[in-house]
Design a protein. Structure first.
Length: 67
């Protein structure tokens, strides 16, 4: 995960902001939190399957609570 402090332009628009910047935390803090989530859940956030599970879990919970 690399972040740039300066904004550069590509194809006429700004590059997307670094996730750590968007969350307003330091990059090392974000890395630590991701590693901690992986340790606590036993999931590998480097795999697409686990990322999809993490993406869908809160949505499924909200959907189930409306039934």
């Amino acid at each position: 995960m690399k972040c740039q402090n300066r904004r550069t332009r590509r194809a006429g628009g700004p590059l997307p902001a670094c996730p750590a910047t968007r969350l307003r935390v330091q990059l090392n803090t974000l890395r630590y939190r991701i590693r901690r989530i992986a340790d606590l859940t036993g999931r590998d956030l480097g795999t697409l399957e686990d990322r999809v599970d993490f993406f869908l879990a809160p949505r499924a919970t909200r959907w189930a609570s409306t039934l």
